[in-house]
Ligand binder design. Structure first.
Ligand code: CP
Length: 304
């Protein structure tokens, strides 16, 4: 399966809201191609240089981009804000321009604020791939989520997907919403009042937890305490009691329901330990699927 190769200026991946269903499908299909490869190293991006620029912490996204880039034979430069001149006050813009001046062919970037990446992409000439910007979008996470769902169910049309937890701060919820609706999935949200994003209510309904659990996909979200300006939850125990996927609640899911979480998981808060490790859980397969998805995305960004 060949990937549809966009014009150079369109090779950035800033979000899924603006990406067509055909483009998303093309990336998912190409990821399936990469997953099927027996060889770990297929150097189609030999002589290409990519900078992974993380201005916010990451384990999964950062390392799976690096794994994907190295499997395609790219030369990888890893930038971390804490060990850079950002500590001396250099801006995100000047940092990206600096790496661009040195000759990178693409940049992967994670940012704390929302709304900065679009402007940045207009000012530089290399493709930028969004590795998560504020609570705006996390497109490669949603792509790997769709890929995981498609592997489980064959197609996305008509799937009932409940996204449960800290919707307010979640770029994962937003990217999944935009992408899943393009494929005709039925998306619902479930969140405590303090973690609802009111502007999303016109796109998908907020339902109670019992209704949310009646779904094909139960996607739990991390409580993002680092983004909470003031205490939005009383305690971890209270959150688990009212919104956690406990063993008891998981035992009442349909046998075909799959459980997802973008991770890192606050075990025994959002999802009980035993549920994370259960047969219905796709949490570790999601991480595995991140590699072929990011191979497809980096190939789209850089291959001539
Ligand atoms: N899911 C995710 O984005 O994890 P990291 O923050 O570890 O990259």
């Amino acid at each position: 399966m060949m990937i549809t190769q966009p014009a150079l200026k369109d090779r950035s991946l800033l979000g899924l809201k603006e990406l067509s269903r055909d483009e998303i499908e093309s990336i998912l299909n190409r990821a399936a191609h990469w997953e099927a490869q027996k060889e770990k190293l297929v150097p189609v991006l030999e002589s290409h240089f990519v900078a992974n620029m993380f201005f916010e912490n990451s384990t999964r996204t950062r390392f799976s981009f690096e794994m994907a880039e190295k499997r395609l034979g790219a030369q990888v430069l890893n930038f971390t804000a804490a060990a850079s001149s950002v500590e001396k006050g250099e801006s995100i813009y000047d940092t990206v321009r600096t790496l661009e001046s040195m000759g990178i062919d693409a940049g992967v970037i994670r940012l704390k604020p929302s709304g900065v990446l679009q402007q940045l992409a207009q000012k530089v000439n290399v493709p930028l791939v969004n590795a998560g910007d504020g609570n705006n979008e996390h497109p490669t996470q949603a792509l790997l989520d769709l890929y995981t769902m498609r592997k489980a169910f064959g197609e996305l049309k008509g799937l009932r997907v409940s996204i449960i937890g800290d919707i307010l701060h979640s770029r994962v919820a937003r990217s999944n919403l935009w992408a899943l609706q393009k494929f005709g999935a039925d998306v619902r949200f479930c969140a405590p009042q303090t973690m609802q994003a009111p502007e999303l209510a016109e796109h998908a309904p907020y339902v109670g937890l019992e209704e949310a659990l009646d779904a094909d996909v139960v996607m739990m979200l991390r409580v993002q305490l680092e983004r909470h300006k003031h205490g939005l939850i009383t305690s971890a125990e209270d959150y688990r009691e009212h919104y956690g996927l406990t063993e008891e609640r998981a035992s009442r899911l349909k046998p075909s329901t799959i459980i997802m979480h973008p991770a890192p998981v606050n075990r025994n808060v959002e999802v009980d330990d035993a549920v994370v490790e259960s047969a219905a859980s796709r949490i570790f397969p999601q991480m595995a699927n991140g590699v072929p998805i990011r191979m497809a995305v980096m190939e789209r960004a850089m291959k001539l």
